[in-house]
Design a binder for this molecule. Structure first.
Ligand code: SOE
Length: 403
């Protein structure tokens, strides 16, 4: 038996970080070539991380060709075209800027950075690199859930009329147990913020993406319900165990962030990001109400979009199963009704980034868009510090608020 070796263009991936996101991205790069036909194929050239045993395990499972234990070595390699950053937020700016300066395209996990200043420096480096055709992308993968992309298409086609309300929630419950260990996600110096940046960033991006509108100001409350936790160790994906004998450490980020917002179009929006919604595991819920109809989505039932259009006694919400070949991304996979899952968004992200690079198109969302989300997160945190004081989003330009 022989197999056909692909002979067209390919791009070398250098991925930094191998834990939860590293696995999700590895899976995405691998499947990009199996299910889609991107104009350049990804080569899983090198994966980097500090724990050699865990690194070798991931490299072997996903088929990475080589490993490095220092991210700088990845950036220096000539066989790497795309640097894929899957590390905690405190390292994003340094790695991304160095990679851009070395001439690489950069995909960076969300939130883009831990502060507006870092995000501004990253967006500036990206703008400079764009002159050489280098692309950037932020890993807001939920944009690439078919039902979400379809929701955007419906809104952009004007099918729901003038938008009045947007309701967005990201609900998890993995911190309700006070003995859950203090992982890097609970340390401000590593993660920047808590529920706000980790999951609130996703719903800010999703709302801006599907409506094509921008938040212009916010009023926010944030809370840390459990202020001390057992010091954590042994990361494996999202799983941390308490480091026996290491005692308790302070939680320095928010457990929940809730905010009201105005949108550029005049719509009113509410946001809720929490790790304390008992029973909700990864419930991203979005509802939009317009003058001609509404739509509603819940990631815990991710192949479905609830749609209300028209008037009359039977015009309630219709349950649309978004798995037809005409629906965004679905044609690459299975016949209608053969449901997709969490991991598919990472394949769509890989294909979209390879396409943007090869066809010299702007990748979405790029670092500039990531900076826009960072400004919202910053305004939310400042508002919460001042007991929900109304806080305009700084740096919104006409282009951003109407694109
Ligand atoms: C943990 O809260 C986490 O893995 C986030 O970091 C992801 O961004 C989110 O999509 C799922 O939950």
């Amino acid at each position: 038996m022989t197999h056909h070796d692909y002979e067209g263009p390919s791009l070398g991936i250098g991925m930094i970080g191998y834990a939860f996101m590293g696995k999700a991205h590895s899976h995405g790069w691998r499947n990009a070539r199996s299910f889609f036909s991107p104009p350049a194929l990804p080569r899983l050239t090198v994966v980097a991380g500090r724990n050699e045993e865990a690194l070798n395990d991931v490299a072997g499972r996903f088929g990475w060709e080589s490993t490095e234990t220092d991210w700088r070595a990845v950036i220096e390699r000539d066989d790497v075209d795309i640097v894929d950053i899957c590390t905690p937020g405190d390292t994003h700016a340094e790695i991304a800027i160095a990679a851009l300066e070395a001439g690489k395209h950069v995909l960076c996990e969300k939130p883009l950075a831990n502060s507006v200043e870092e995000a501004e420096a990253m967006a500036a480096a990206a703008e400079k690199a764009a002159a050489n055709g280098q692309k950037t992308m932020v890993g807001f993968t939920y944009r690439r859930v078919p039902a979400i992309s379809h929701a955007r298409d419906i809104l952009q086609a004007g099918r729901l009329g003038t938008i009045h309300h947007v309701r967005a929630q990201y609900l998890q419950d993995w911190l309700v147990d006070p003995s859950a260990p203090l992982s890097w996600r609970l340390q401000k110096e590593r993660a920047g913020s808590g529920a706000l940046g980790d999951i609130g960033a996703h719903i800010v991006d999703l709302v801006q993406f599907i409506t094509g509108d921008r938040l212009t100001g916010v009023s926010a409350l944030m809370e840390t319900f459990v202020k001390e936790r057992p010091v954590g160790a042994s990361a494996s994906g999202l799983t941390f165990t308490a480091d026996e004998g290491a005692g308790m450490g302070p939680v320095t980020v928010d457990d929940a962030a809730i905010f009201l917002a105005r949108m550029g179009s005049g719509a009113l929006a509410t946001f809720e990001a929490t790790r304390f919604a008992t029973g909700r595991k990864n419930a991203i819920r979005i509802e939009v109400n317009g003058s001609k109809g509404s739509l509603a989505f819940d990631f815990e039932d991710l192949n479905v979009l609830h749609l209300h259009e028209g008037s009359g006694p039977d015009s309630g919400f219709t349950r649309v199963v978004v798995t037809e070949g005409e629906h965004p991304y679905v044609g690459g996979w299975w016949p209608p009704g053969h449901m997709l899952g969490y991991e598919h968004g990472f394949t769509h992200q890989a294909v979209d980034f390879l396409t943007a690079i090869t066809e010299d198109k702007q990748a979405q969302p790029d670092f500039r868009e990531g900076l826009g989300v960072q400004r919202v997160l910053d305004a939310v945190a400042r508002s919460a510090e001042q007991q929900a004081a109304w806080t305009p989003i700084e740096g919104i330009t006409d282009k951003e608020s109407s694109s």
